[in-house]
Design a protein around this ligand. Structure first.
Ligand SMILES: O=C(O)C(=O)C[C@]1(C(=O)O)C=C[C@@H](O)C=C1
Length: 267
């Protein structure tokens, strides 16, 4: 029994093709981010097959495929919302090719990595990724933008292939653990979306008196609220460090309010 399992593992390892630029890449999910990501992969020379539940038209240069075609590509990027990820993976796991390398692109990392470990057979190679940009920030090209890669269940050489590939795109590739990512992202992307959504509650208006700082503030509201509301909820719910960030922010607001109250006594 053990010998059979060993033989199967060796056989599978030997049949896994090496990573190269002529691989077929599957993009599962052709929403705002998925369509953008599929086009980026095409721009960088890959053959891309895309699948979206309600996609009628393929993004430029992308071939629209069936769900099973996408799931059995050499490499598969899931571009679905964080809150849909577990269900999508559960529904597709048994149809993913044994030699397909799977990457998620969620904006949090501990949660999808845990789901990939739980739901995919151990022979399926997985990398957790976070392209820290999207259709707005990457509209004039992705060079210089940060891209996080966290190894989950992946041989070093395949992981390195993608590090080098994204470096060739001139992305600023950052290798870190999923925990490090979530801890830091809560205090960078998480806090930005929290402030953007909070300020949008105030319904701030454009004004002739707008200073440069005010314009920057308005652009934060615009950029964060241009993303689906679901992304905001998911960033706050699925990052285990987000609550701590929100409490920290609330504490700082209270401190500043208190300081100003003290100042009022002086006047
Ligand atoms: O450029 C955009 O369209 C984005 O909204 C990108 C943005 C962000 O700036 O927060 C949104 C989601 C991704 O996780 C990474 C970055």
């Amino acid at each position: 029994m053990v010998a059979t399992k060993f033989l199967l593992a060796v056989l599978l390892f030997c049949t896994i093709p090496a990573m190269n630029s002529s691989m077929r890449i599957g993009v599962y999910g052709l929403g705002r981010f998925g369509s953008f990501w599929a086009r980026e992969l095409v721009k960088h020379g890959f053959t891309v097959v895309g699948y979206g539940r309600s996609a009628k038209q393929a993004p430029e240069g992308v071939v629209l495929g069936t769900e099973d075609e996408v799931l059995t590509c050499d490499v598969l990027f899931f571009c679905v919302s964080i809150s849909a990820f577990a269900q999508v993976l559960q529904n597709t796991a048994s149809r993913i090719g044994p030699s397909t390398l799977v990457m998620d692109t969620c904006s949090v990392k501990l949660y999808p990595a845990k789901k990939m470990r739980e739901l995919l057979p151990s022979c399926v190679r997985t990398i957790a990724t976070h392209p820290m940009f999207g259709p707005d920030s990457g509209k004039d090209g992705v060079a210089g933008l940060p891209m996080v890669l966290c190894p989950v269940n992946c041989p070093k050489k395949d992981f390195q292939f993608w590090v080098d590939e994204f470096k060739n795109w001139k992305l600023q590739v950052i290798e870190m653990t999923c925990d490090q990512h979530d801890r830091e992202a809560a205090w960078s992307q998480g806090i930005t979306h929290f402030i953007g959504r909070t300020l949008s509650e105030l319904n701030l208006q454009d004004t002739k008196l707008a200073t440069t700082g005010y314009r920057t503030l308005m652009s934060i509201v615009e950029q964060t609220c241009n993303d689906p509301l679901q992304l905001f909820y998911d960033l706050q719910r699925y990052n285990p460090y987000a609550r701590q960030m929100r409490m920290g922010l609330k504490g700082s607001l209270d401190t500043v309010m208190q300081v100003l109250k003290e100042q009022e006594k002086i006047v």
